[in-house]
Design a protein around this ligand. Structure first.
Ligand SMILES: *Cc1c(COP(=O)(O)O)cnc(C)c1O
Length: 344
């Protein structure tokens, strides 16, 4: 099977499983798991943040961050296609009890005027804005990069209003390797960031939240409130230490393969892809023929041993990851081509 539904389908490498077997463990709620402590220290350093915290998932990282930045009844500005808004079971409203103010985002760039318009200083009717939340890469069906210039402008605006910025950087390293900049350069413009260990990095479990020491102290309490305090969590941290060393820089390969895939698919009759959207490892072609639909294509590809994700009646998504080779890309393109011919 060539499974392109998500980079979360990546299985841990043998070396990761071996790292688990040899990890030194302790009670992490007591702060005594040496492997977790090492991971948090290394991540903080890599991101240029004072401290970091291992949590169970990207969703937990996001909600812990929101609970740590915001009070109940306040408002967060974020892009309308953000994972926090669309795919977290309304945790922001039900658990953190904070309201989301969604704004459109154009190709990974946030419109400063739209952000500024959405800011409420708070009065008897309007909830006070207490956080700006960015996603980088933005839109899990596109994977767009927030341009560095845009990020700096948002920082300036946020400073004017004394607002903190949180970055959901589930796939931040796909952006940093593509821009060829140190992740510190991106993270220095935000107050806190989360990175998923389970996407392109290939770990089985976990996310890392990073920020100031004071923020992480609050985050530890909020993680505990959500039941996310863990004991011998070194079994989660050990694969992540392997990933830090071996899986970060290779993400450029995934981005490059995604671009090749997109360019080749865009040439096929009946498929359309906005190549400007394909900035990292995500390719989402649209079906342009009236008698085609996503399910028909998905069923066809499945028979050829290829899995893609249905993201709309006339659109499917593919995310390239470390298990996908150049030969796989050839095979996927050939199968799409035979679909377009068979159903012309
Ligand atoms: C995957 C993802 C998350 C959530 O991560 P989980 O570990 O699945 O909870 C959050 N934000 C973005 C942008 C993601 O892609």
């Amino acid at each position: 099977m060539i499974d392109l539904r998500s980079d979360t389908v990546t299985l841990p490498k043998q070396e990761m499983l071996e790292a688990i077997l040899h990890a030194q463990l302790g009670d992490d709620i007591m702060g005594e798991d040496p492997t977790v402590n090492q991971l948090e220290k290394e991540f903080a350093k890599l991101l240029g943040m004072e401290a970091a915290l291992l949590v169970t998932s990207g969703t937990m990282a996001n909600q812990v961050a929101i609970m740590s930045f915001c009070n109940r009844g306040e408002e967060i500005i974020m892009g309308e296609d953000s994972h926090i808004f669309t795919l977290e079971g309304a945790a922001t409203s039900t658990v953190a009890q904070v309201q989301i103010r969604p704004i459109p985002v154009n190709g990974g760039s946030y419109d400063l005027a739209k952000i500024e318009n959405a800011i409420n200083v708070g009065d008897i009717q309007r909830p006070r804005t207490s956080l700006i939340c960015l996603e980088n890469t933005y839109n899990l069906n596109k994977g767009e990069i927030i341009p560095l210039e845009n990020l700096k402008e948002i920082r300036k605006l946020a400073n004017e209003y004394h607002l903190p910025i949180y970055m959901d950087g589930a796939r931040l390293f796909n952006a940093s390797v593509e821009l060829n900049v140190d992740p510190i350069i991106i993270c220095q413009e935000v107050d806190a960031v989360q990175i998923c260990l389970t996407k392109g990095l290939g770990c089985p479990i976990g996310s890392i939240l990073a920020g100031s020491k004071a923020f992480i102290d609050k985050a530890i309490l909020n993680r505990q409130r959500l039941g996310g305090g863990m004991r011998q969590a070194g079994i989660i941290a050990a694969p992540a230490l392997y990933a830090l060393e071996h899986m970060v820089n290779r993400l450029k390969e995934d981005n490059d393969r995604a671009k090749v895939l997109a360019q080749r698919l865009a040439k096929l009759d009946g498929l359309s892809i906005d190549l400007a959207d394909v900035q990292t490892n995500i390719v989402s072609p649209k079906l342009e023929k009236d008698h085609w639909n996503s399910q028909k294509l998905i069923d066809y590809l499945l028979k050829k041993g290829i899995k893609v994700k249905n993201i709309g009646k006339k659109q499917v998504r593919m995310i390239v990851h470390y298990l996908i080779t150049d030969e796989d890309i050839d095979e996927v393109v050939a199968s799409f081509a035979s679909f377009t011919k068979a159903h012309a």
